[in-house]
Each structure stands twice: as structure tokens, then as C-alpha cells.
Ligand binder design. Structure first.
Ligand code: FES
Length: 370
């Protein structure tokens, strides 16, 4: 087999690794335990740069490179993934001649990406939408937090339950409530900051952990819902921290627009219930409106119910009673749902096959910088 000169061996001292170009190929070279090996540099998962990975010794005593994007591992000598996985990175042969490293023109072992038996997110990967022309699926998301063993009254969550009940009784909607506090999920780990393509759909955390609680949100919001009603208390002038924890994980949805011009959320409507003992309903609504439109949602007119008793309302124990005695609240819950459902009916007729997305797009990043 022909061999191609790469670099002097002096540029790859013992206990080091690096990526190098070889014609059109990119290779990751490793020099450990007196052996020099070469793997295809581009990770078979989503394209991470293995030359930037860290080296670990696993339980079998072998050395592996850990992809810096999401942690897939490959044996340095064989390219094989550990723990019985069949995935394998392409392996090249390296020889040394006159102080130069030469690499085989072709891999001695080809890369192989296995179909995994357990793919807990295949419905998300394949975008198996559960909506139809006739469906009216209304998803409530409650982001208030409380002690499960000592539950307390919540204005935002009770109003949300009334909204779902009204959607079902008046419009025959199928309804579902997700309480974010009941879900066990990790914070967004910022893979986007390493590379825009490292933020994937389905979210790489969901791929790594089939039990990831955000899978319930992704399924319900992206695949099932025609309308989402999000409810939050106001905490220090902002939405609940649980909302932000969820919203950061929704980067995976928005990022598909940025890097692939692919809109996952179409013909869906969002509206909001925002209740605070004190203030800043409009600030929270503004934040929600901009974020949910960035995800692809359509907003009805007058799309939030707000409640605040003002800056000096420190008698929080009276807030719940005042909220539910309020005629404004009773009327607003029904009108919010009505506006939301009516818009769902209208936008189902919209042709969104070629939805325009006047947002920054990765192919324009250079021109933005210029
Ligand atoms: S790109 Fe390598 S682990 Fe995801």
C-alpha cells in the first residue's frame, strides 16, 4: 500500500497528540506508550475534532481519545469504541522512515457507525409529529417550583389548570400539563460554545441519557402540541429559574434554524400566564414573546394574562385569594384560551413549507463580523 509523508517524528513527541492535514483528509495522530497511531480526525458522531480530545485510560487498561464535543471514546490502537459498542473510527497505519511519519493512503480499518439497539430519542430524531389538520392539542407548562411534600397554592399553576380545563370543555381540546419541577434534567452544558454544530437535534444530552427529563418537553412541545400555554410566577422581576433552565435546553430547537435553516416548530401558537406578588409582568411577557417567536411559535393578540398587586404587596398570604376572587382573572383565562385556540384554527391553513427565517444564519457569520 502506498504511504504519504506527514510530519517529522520530532513534531509528535511521546505523550502527545495532534490533528494534521493529509491532502483532503484530516487525521488525528497519537504517540503514547511508545506507539504512534492515526485515526480519522472527524468524529463519526457529529464531526468533533479528535485531535483536540483528551486521552483516558479505561477499565480495560487501554488508552482512548475522548471526543471534545460529546465524549464518544475511541481506542487509540484500534479506533474501536469501548464497552461493547460496535462503533469504530477509521484507523490508518503509520510507519517511520528517516525521521518522518508516513501514513497509509487508505485506512487499514474502515469507520463504522452502528445502529444502536436503544435509541430513546428516535421519534425526536425523525420528527414524528403527532399533530394533524384536525388536532387541537393544548400543552400547559408550569414553571413554578415548590416542595413536593408540602405543596402550596400557586396562582400561575392554578390559572394554567383552569385554562386547560376550559380548552377541553369549550373547544374539545386534548390537554396535557407538564410541571417542570417534576422533571429530572441537566442544565444546558453549552456545547454550542465549542462549535455551532456541537449543539445538535436531538439535544446531545438527550442522546446520551434516554432518561433525560427534557425529552418529555421536546416530545410534547415539538411533536405533540398545537398550542403551548406557559405559566410562570415572577421571581425578582423575572420568570422562574426553572423556566430559564428549560429555555436554555431549547437552544437545540432554535439552533436548527441557525445552522440548518430548519424550523422544527411550525403552525403552533404560544401564550402565557404571568403572575407575581409584585411587579414586571410586561418585562417577563416581552422576554417570552421574543424567545417563543425565535423558536417558530405564532402569538395571538393579547397573548398573556398578567397579575401583579404592585410593589408594596408584601402580604403574600392574601395574594392567592385575591387572584381567584378577581373577575379579571376569570375572564382573562377564558379569553386567553379563546384567542389561542382561534389562532391555532387559522394558522393550520397556513402554508409554512417555506417559512422565512430573517434571523442570523451560520453561513452569514463572516459577513456579520465584517
Ligand atoms: S461529535 Fe464526537 S462525540 Fe459528538
Amino acid at each position: 500500500m502506498p504511504y504519504i509523508p506527514l510530519i517529522p517524528i520530532s513534531e509528535l513527541p511521546e505523550n502527545s497528540h495532534k490533528s494534521v492535514r493529509c491532502g483532503k483528509k484530516s487525521l488525528a495522530l497519537f504517540h503514547y506508550r511508545g506507539i504512534i497511531t492515526a485515526l480519522e480526525n472527524t468524529c463519526i458522531h457529529r464531526g468533533g475534532d479528535l485531535g483536540q480530545g483528551v486521552i483516558q485510560t479505561l477499565d480495560d487498561g487501554e488508552l482512548y481519545v475522548v471526543c471534545p464535543w460529546h465524549g464518544w471514546q475511541y481506542n487509540l490502537k484500534s479506533g474501536q469504541a469501548p464497552y461493547g459498542y460496535k462503533d469504530r473510527q477509521a484507523l490508518y497505519e503509520i510507519i517511520v522512515e528517516n525521521g518522518m511519519l508516513l501514513v497509509s493512503e487508505e485506512p487499514v480499518t474502515q469507520a463504522f457507525r452502528a445502529a444502536h439497539d436503544i435509541d430513546a430519542v428516535s421519534d425526536l430524531r425523525n420528527l414524528e409529529y403527532q399533530t394533524s389538520e384536525k388536532s387541537l392539542n393544548v400543552l400547559g407548562i408550569s414553571t413554578t417550583n415548590m416542595n413536593r411534600d408540602l405543596p402550596r397554592p400557586s396562582t400561575s399553576e392554578t390559572a394554567l389548570q383552569h385554562a386547560l380545563d376550559f380548552a377541553a370543555s369549550r373547544f374539545g381540546a386534548a390537554t396535557k400539563m407538564i410541571k417542570i419541577r417534576d422533571l429530572n434534567f441537566r442544565h444546558c452544558e453549552g456545547y454550542y460554545s465549542r462549535h455551532e454544530r456541537a449543539c445538535t437535534w436531538p439535544c446531545s444530552i438527550s442522546e446520551m441519557d434516554g432518561e433525560d427529563g427534557m425529552n418529555e418537553v421536546y416530545r410534547a412541545m415539538v411533536l405533540w402540541a398545537d398550542a403551548v400555554i406557559l405559566a410562570t410566577p415572577i421571581r425578582w422581576g423575572n420568570a422562574s429559574s426553572l423556566y430559564y433552565k428549560m429555555a436554555e435546553r431549547l437552544n437545540t430547537v432554535q439552533n436548527q434554524i441557525t445552522i440548518h435553516d430548519k424550523v422544527l416548530i411550525k403552525n403552533k401558537v404560544a401564550s402565557f400566564i404571568i403572575t407575581g406578588g409584585q411587579d414586571n409582568v410586561q418585562g417577563v411577557a416581552g422576554n417570552f414573546n421574543s424567545f417563543f417567536t425565535d423558536l417558530g411559535f405564532t402569538l395571538p393578540p393579547f397573548n398573556f394574562l398578567g397579575w401583579s398587586r404592585g410593589w408594596i404587596a408584601e402580604d403574600t398570604e392574601n395574594n392567592y385569594n385575591a387572584f381567584f376572587k378577581s373577575r379579571y382573572v376569570k375572564r382573562s383565562v377564558m379569553e386567553l384560551v379563546t384567542n389561542t385556540v382561534q389562532l391555532v384554527m387559522q394558522i393550520k391553513r397556513m402554508d409554512v413549507l417555506h417559512l422565512q427565517t430573517p434571523k442570523p444564519n451560520i453561513s452569514e457569520a463572516g459577513s456579520l463580523a465584517g
